[in-house]
Design a protein around this ligand. Structure first.
Ligand code: ADP
Length: 555
């Protein structure tokens, strides 16, 4: 025969969920074995006890008031299923459970039934994940890893630990970079302990061991005797006891199989015994921290290397500037004395002697122009060139260039065409530097175009910029040289160029000038057909550049 009572009794006795009933005065009428297990009491002890005793103090008044209100009004203010609540274990620690409850009448009195399921593990896991998420965010925020590690340690003491510390291996020495505890007095004790009684490197559970072996240590419950037996004297014992250490985890900080430090978590809560699962969480945190440290270190290395390269480059430019300046003095003397000889001041010269002196003069002039280019370039590279910006009408300036290059055009028998544009258009630039760049592009075009060829100059406005193009029907530039020709001393054909003259610095200087004015120079070319160099410059300077004194004055 089916016996429903026997069935219920068996279910209630064997279910892992806690089942209690309570009368309308809040007194427990019945509790199954699982309830006893959850709260640490025997079922007999629970019977007759106020249910409020199974809740943390802070919830009791609310519970009593809620019960009274329900009895008086009959309205539910809460959903009666799956409420997440904290409970109070007999030994004082809090547990988390979900509660569903119902009611029935027994002889005119209301009886409430409650089914509770322990969700402490779920809550712990949820908290762990939330912590990890928050810590990861902190870790990616800054490249100052020491302060980042301090923030992470502090974060740990708000959820998974009472104490947290990070130690890093620095040139073979272990250095504590972060230690956190919510109570500053305890923090001081930890520091005193560390300085007065440094951890024994031989200890099998200490940081040294973890860093040496790369293996983590989990101590679910630190035996009180262990603490007292490891104390070196009274003072040491007092400090250790004051720290209130109950459970402990130490995990290595590993980077590509190399141990770079350790993360330590300590609990002072007698109810929190660290498990392997907690250690997994700590290891996860440690590997994220190690990556953050690595990123910060790599960034710093790159920064240092960049600063060193910049310094070397500045030194090189300064040397070049100084040397070319020094070379100009004797070169001027050569020119002066050659002129004296040519004028016959030292006596009549033969035709042959005169021809030699003129050779000296030509070489002197060539050398001087190379040195001037070098000085110019070195000054630009060192950022020592002064730019003075004024509003310039573009058409007259560009139209006027023909006048300056006419002798070269005539000599090379080249056609020249300037395509003029709206004369009212102005741009804010350093007119002299702009002219210098244009003359360099034009004289290159002349130099590298055979007689009978054509040189063209045109310009247009595109958005916020002016684009000025110099085109020629010269021999063009091979594809693989289009970029290198802007580097200093790069010439496509050394021999040919020597005939044409030049230092190989013209384009490097021009591009530096263009970039200093916020623009750039580009080139398109077809071998045997010709080249077009285009200078692009912003019509107006940005407000940032206007307010920056560096753009206007030498450092
Ligand atoms: P330089 O003219 O003093 O040699 P540049 O830096 O002005 O130095 O030019 C570098 C090289 O680029 C030149 O030597 C030449 O080989 C190439 N180049 C520049 N402009 C032209 C051009 N318009 N046509 C062909 N080649 C050119």
């Amino acid at each position: 025969m089916h016996d429903p009572d026997a069935l219920y009794r068996s279910v209630v006795a064997t279910t892992p969920d806690a089942i209690v009933t309570m009368d309308d005065a809040g007194i427990i009428q019945f509790a199954n074995p699982a309830t006893g297990k959850l709260f640490g009491y025997s079922t007999a002890e629970l019977q007759g006890m106020s249910l409020a005793n199974l809740m943390p103090e802070r919830f009791r008044a609310q519970h009593t008031a809620g019960l009274a209100r329900y009895l008086a009004t009959g309205t539910k203010r809460l959903d009666w299923s799956n409420l997440r609540l904290p409970g109070l274990h007999r030994d004082g620690h809090e547990i988390s459970f979900s509660l569903s409850f119902g009611e029935y009448a027994d002889g005119g009195r209301k009886i409430f039934t409650g089914i509770m399921r322990d969700i402490s593990d779920i809550i712990r896991r949820e908290n762990g994940l939330a912590f990890l998420l928050e810590a990861s965010e902190v870790l990616t925020k800054s490249l100052d890893y020491e302060s980042t590690l301090r923030s992470v340690a502090e974060l740990a003491t708000r959820s998974i630990a009472d104490w947290a510390a990070v130690d890093l291996l620095d040139d073979g020495e272990i250095r504590r970079v972060a230690v956190a505890h919510p109570d500053p007095a305890k923090l001081q004790i930890a520091r005193d302990l560390e300085t007065k009684y440094p951890t024994d490197p031989a200890s099998k559970t200490g940081i040294h061991h973890v860093i040496r072996t790369g293996e983590r240590v989990v101590v679910p419950e630190i035996p009180a005797e262990l603490l007292s037996s490891s104390a070196k004297d009274e003072e040491h014992l007092r400090l250790i006891q004051a720290l209130d250490l109950k459970s402990y985890i130490c995990v290595p900080l590993k980077l590509r199989d190399e141990v770079i430090g350790a993360l330590t978590l300590v609990s002072s809560n007698p109810a929190r015994h660290y498990t392997e699962e907690d250690a997994d969480l700590a290891s996860d945190l440690a590997s994220r921290a190690a990556v953050a440290i690595d990123n910060a270190r790599l960034f710093k290395q790159a920064e240092d290397a960049r600063a060193a390269a910049e310094e070397a480059n500045t030194a090189k430019s300064e040397f070049l500037a100084m040397m070319s300046h020094e070379l100009r003095t004797p070169l001027n003397a050569i020119s002066g004395y050659a002129e004296l000889l040519e004028m016959g001041v030292r006596g009549e010269m033969t035709e042959e002697q005169l021809a030699d002196v003129r050779s000296i003069q030509r070489s002197q002039a060539h050398l001087l122009s190379i040195i001037n280019d070098m000085l110019n370039f070195a000054k630009l590279e060192a950022g020592k060139v002064l730019f003075s910006y004024v509003e310039v009408a573009l058409d007259p300036l560009l139209g006027g260039l023909e006048e300056l290059i006419r002798p070269q055009l005539l000599e090379r028998k080249l056609d020249y065409e300037y395509r003029s544009h709206d004369p009212r258009i102005t741009a804010e630039l350093d007119g002299e530097k702009f002219q210098q760049v244009m003359l360099n592009l034009l004289s290159n075009a002349i130099k590298f175009t055979e007689p009978g060829g054509r040189i063209g100059l045109s310009w247009k406005i595109e958005g916020e910029n002016v684009l000025v193009s110099v085109s020629d029907t010269g021999r063009g530039i091979p594809e693989d040289k289009l970029e290198p020709i802007f580097e200093p001393f790069v010439q496509v054909e050394q021999l040919r160029t020597r005939v044409a003259g030049g230092s190989g610095l013209g384009l490097a200087i021009s591009r530096d000038i263009a970039r200093a004015m916020g623009g750039d120079i580009g080139v398109e070319s077809e071998l045997g057909k010709g080249s077009t160099f285009t200078l692009k410059l912003p019509l107006r300077r940005s407000s940032e550049e206007v307010s920056s004194p560096v753009a206007d004055s030498p450092p």
